[in-house]
Ligand binder design. Structure first.
Ligand code: NAD
Ligand code: ZN
Length: 344
């Protein structure tokens, strides 16, 4: 089968011909339809320090995908051949305190599909049955392929109550864009998103933001006045990893604001802790998705009309994977998809 493989000691990926993985007794073999490229894949493609230290090359990469069940291991029941599925990319240990208590998203020792475990940028992938998510019948495989990053957006956006609240989202990458749609649907009064990228700010207006702010040239205090706000944003979602975005949040949130932090900074950075203390801010780190409550919510959000399709800006065939990675790296893009096969 075809697979995008990371080889050690080189930048880029190779489109290799490899064996179809054999499912173990508890695994499900999935024929991949559509995959999405995420920032993690770019780190692996570029073979940066993090990737070198983390990824056991050679390995098939990729974790955002949708596919159809092709086969199941001997211990697997309740799944049917041909069903449209996706997978939670964090494979948990099932032994740590949080796993045993059912809080699997807080696992002490999770491994990542396409990072530490063989990935989905291939014609076929095997996934442990406990990680497989069955999609609603008739869901578009492209939307299904977004469920991993959509899950990041939903997990963060629903961490705090946003009904009637003024919500600030920093970072209009694919995840910030999808968070706009969720927060708007969940009844926020104002959804304000910031970025430094006009292409993405344009997209944000189609994703439910009522104000998309180029933070290089506009000030959030002015935006607050424009929107008739007086004390600051009630909820903030940090989705850029940028230190200055965190500063924007600290300077523009109400006393007692709820702040969910998803963006991953490339380096440690200082913040003014006295603002956190005097303003009694509530900071919450967010990683991955809740297993599987976030997946349930994603499904019902789509069913009840949340449209995340505008976030898809590019589609490529497998042979053009390098162009797909280029489009992702350029940031003149939302979500970039690669098509592996059509639904049966
Ligand atoms: P992305 O890198 O495509 O988007 C980040 C956006 O932030 C970009 O559009 C960038 O222009 C913008 N930005 C840069 N500086 C800014 C500033 N000062 N103010 C406002 N915006 C600014 O990433 P993504 O795929 O949308 O993911 C969002 C963030 O979440 C990234 O930091 C990513 O690493 C992180 N992430 C975290 C998890 C998790 O589980 N915690 C999972 C996936 C991604
Ligand atoms: Zn665990």
């Amino acid at each position: 089968m075809r697979a995008l493989v990371k080889h050690p000691n080189e930048v880029g990926l190779r489109l290799d011909d490899v064996e179809v993985p054999a499912p173990g007794p508890d695994d499900i073999l999935i024929k991949v339809l559509t995959t999405g490229i995420c920032g993690t894949d770019l780190h692996i493609f570029n073979w940066d320090d993090w990737a070198r230290a983390t990824v056991p090359a050679p390995i098939t990469v990729g974790h955002e995908f949708s596919g159809e069940i092709m086969g199941v291991g001997s211990n697997v029941s309740g799944f049917e051949i041909g069903e449209l599925v996706g997978a939670e990319g964090h494979v948990v240990c099932n032994r740590c305190r949080n796993c045993l208590a059912g809080r699997r998203h807080l696992c002490y020792d999770a491994r990542g599909i396409g990072v530490n475990l063989p990935g989905a940028f291939a014609d076929y992938v095997t996934i442990p049955k406990s990680n497989v998510w069955r999609h609603q019948e008739g869901l578009d495989p492209e939307i299904a392929a977004l469920f991993d990053p959509f899950g990041n957006a939903v997990h963060t956006a629903l961490e705090f109550d946003v009904l009637g609240e003024d919500v600030l989202i920093t970072g209009a990458g694919p995840i910030g864009l999808m968070a706009c749609a969720v927060v708007a649907h969940a009844g926020a009064r104002n959804v304000v998103i910031t970025d430094v990228n006009p292409f993405r700010l344009d997209l944000a207006k189609r994703m439910g933001a009522n104000r998309a702010v180029d933070i290089r040239v506009e000030d959030l205090h002015d935006i607050q006045v424009e929107l008739g706000m007086t004390e600051g944003f009630d909820v903030a979602l940090e989705m850029s990893g940028s230190p200055s975005a965190m500063e924007d949040i600290l300077q523009n949130t109400i006393h007692g604001a709820n702040i969910a932090i998803l963006g991953i900074p490339s380096d440690p950075f200082p913040i003014d802790w006295s603002v956190v203390i005097f303003n009694m801010l509530n900071l919450k780190g967010i990683y991955g998705r809740e297993m599987f409550e976030t997946w349930y919510k994603m499904n019902v959000l789509i069913q009840s009309g949340v449209d995340i399709s505008p976030v898809i800006t590019h589609r490529f065939e497998v042979d053009d994977f390098e162009a797909a990675f280029e489009a992702t790296a350029s940031k003149e893009s939302g979500k970039v998809l690669i098509r592996w096969a059509d639904p049966a």
